[in-house]
Ligand binder design. Structure first.
Ligand SMILES: O=C(O)CCC(=O)C(=O)O
Length: 378
């Protein structure tokens, strides 16, 4: 899980700080640059990009958090995101997406600063609160058509440290099945096992930037870890204004999966459940340092709280309009494109035309696995 020397350029000298920037934020050169065109791996890390934790404290005190729930209309069960989230911005404040949350004042200077640093006018800001070590985000790619083919994704961490993990994919999407390896040792789940996973530790104030074509070749995740202190991640993305309806739909997807889930009307009406950090501390604070348990609670199906909550049964968020196979062997082997690996996930998607691929790819691997397993009758 270490970076190869050949693909890693480390810059340890202190960087030149711009005199035209605000006091709280500086414009350094990357502390670490990983640039490997052959591996399609392009990551820059700016250690301590935000040197003080004043902004972290402001975010904790001001941000409203959602634990997004997706309900299955058919089975009346629900799944939840594995961390607390919110989303600001989008293509434009006058876009058809309503209600629209503008970037709040306390984040606007940061967005301007990171945009200036990376020469990208970030307009879609994803916030995540990993309250304790149980909270996580599963393997995924941030690649979406409406972000363009080589999106620059900036990821700023505050609070507890984390391992930002990367795995190389032969097929970034889809990526779920577990069929046997072929003669070259590559499984058709799309994971390239000939390349070791990478793990990049990120600490409070660190800015990690992924760029070039890596979203087409690498998944990333932040796994559960025992006893992690509260951690906030701000993810900066740029929805191309030229992406038209696809961009608007993408923006809606972000709002759905970061803010209101299947409860848009409650959100509009102001009655959807939301959380302030203070309240979470009161309700869950005493559990800090005692929950987590990494592997034990890695599944999103374990529920939102640090313990005590009953396990939830999870079923398809799409209402399972796909025809279930009568047996695994009979699951329409020719229904996907010839070049598409015949994974269970592909079979599910091939027989379920109502699933929006963009929405599907925004789901975490745990959720997708659960849906496919349910469809298979496991
Ligand atoms: O928390 C992190 O560092 C990563 C967040 C992430 O991967 C995402 O928002 O897509």
């Amino acid at each position: 899980m270490n970076l190869p020397e050949s693909s890693t350029k480390s810059t340890t000298e202190s960087s030149t700080k711009s005199t035209t920037k605000s006091d709280s934020l500086q414009h350094p050169s990357p502390t670490l640059s990983i640039s490997s065109p052959s591996l399609h791996l392009h990551v820059d890390i700016y250690k301590k990009y935000v040197p003080s934790d004043t902004l972290f404290q402001t975010i904790l005190s001001k941000t409203t958090w959602y634990r997004v729930k997706y309900e299955s209309a058919r089975y009346k069960n629900q799944c939840e995101t594995p961390c607390y989230t919110n989303f600001y911005g989008g293509v434009t404040s006058t876009s058809p997406v309503t209600p629209y949350q503008p970037v709040p004042d306390y984040l606007a200077p940061l967005v301007a600063e990171v945009s200036s640093l990376l020469n990208t006018p970030f307009n879609a800001i994803l916030l995540r609160l990993y309250f304790d070590g149980s909270d996580n985000i599963a393997w995924h790619t941030d690649g979406r058509k409406f972000l363009g083919p080589t999106p620059t994704i900036a990821s700023l961490s505050f609070g507890g440290g984390a391992d930002f993990q990367l795995r190389k994919m032969t097929d970034c999407w889809p990526c779920v099945s577990t069929s046997a390896p072929n003669s070259t040792g590559v499984r058709d789940d799309g994971v390239d096992r000939s390349e070791p996973e990478r793990s990049l530790p990120v600490a409070s104030g660190d800015l990690l930037v992924m760029h070039s074509d890596m979203q087409d070749h690498w998944h990333h995740r932040v796994p559960s870890v025992r006893s992690r202190l509260p951690r906030v991640n701000i993810n900066f993305r740029y929805i191309l204004p030229t992406s038209g309806d696809v961009g608007v739909k993408g923006q809606e997807t972000y709002y759905k999966y970061m803010v209101y889930g299947d409860h848009k009307e409650e959100w509009r009406g102001g009655t959807i459940e939301s959380f302030k950090y203070e309240r979470l501390l009161k309700v869950k604070g005493s559990m800090l340092g005692h929950v987590g348990g990494g592997e034990k609670r890695k599944s999103i199906f374990d529920g939102a709280s640090g313990g005590g909550e009953k396990e939830r049964k999870t079923t398809s968020i799409f209402g399972s309009s796909a025809a279930k196979p009568t047996s695994k062997a009979s699951a329409s082997p020719n229904s996907a494109a010839p070049s598409t690996p015949q994974t269970d996930e592909n079979k599910y998607l091939a027989s379920n035309t109502t699933v929006d691929r963009e929405v599907w790819s925004d789901l975490s691997e745990d959720i997708r696995n659960g849906i496919v397993a349910e469809w298979l009758g496991n």
